[in-house]
Each structure stands twice: as structure tokens, then as C-alpha cells.
Design a protein. Structure first.
Length: 99
């Protein structure tokens, strides 16, 4: 299932991660693991934020994928199911067929 991850990173923990190199290493590790179709970085709600869209095969992947972000950067994480335009068109067609 295609999902979008939004991670707000704690400012102090992220600052230390930048200084130590732990932040780029954690981001690279996660991106190498899930191979996102898109990833964006920027400020949101006053903190460093990371958005990433990728295919999650099984929700049981979450603990292993997200542990570094929680432990090292006190991240607040949301994972939301999303679809692209083709998926939306298919879903709307299926919904219309049920009427």
C-alpha cells in the first residue's frame, strides 16, 4: 500500500544529529530500505520535517523502519494511506459502480 510518512523531528535532537552525522545516516538508511517514490524536507510547525511517499508491504514493518526516528530524534510520526491520480480514478470508478 502506498503511504505518506510525515516526521516532525525534535529540534534539539535533530541539531545534535546534524552535528554528529546521525541524522543524515538515519535518513539514508530509511531511504535505502524503502526506496521512496518521493521525499521532501523542510520546516513545518516550526521544526525540521520530512515527508516521504513509499510502498509499505506490511504494517508490521513500522517498528523496524521508524525506531531510529523515534529513539534518536524524538520524532512525531504520522503514516497515512495515499493514492496517485490513477488510484483515485480507479477508486472513484469502483465507488460509482456500487451505486
Amino acid at each position: 500500500m502506498r503511504v505518506m510518512l510525515r516526521a516532525h523531528l525534535d529540534t534539539m535532537a535533530a541539531n545534535e544529529g546534524v552535528r554528529s552525522g546521525a541524522l543524515p545516516a538515519a535518513l539514508k538508511k530509511l531511504m535505502d530500505t524503502v526506496r521512496p517514490e518521493a521525499a521532501y524536507f523542510g520546516p513545518n510547525a516550526g521544526v525540521r520535517t520530512w515527508w516521504m511517499v513509499f510502498d509499505m508491504q506490511d504494517s508490521a514493518q513500522m517498528p523496524a523502519l521508524l525506531d531510529d526516528l523515534y529513539r534518536q530524534f524524538n520524532a512525531e510520526i504520522e503514516i497515512t494511506p495515499v493514492m496517485d491520480r490513477e488510484g483515485l480514478e480507479q477508486g472513484l470508478k469502483a465507488a460509482a459502480a456500487q451505486r
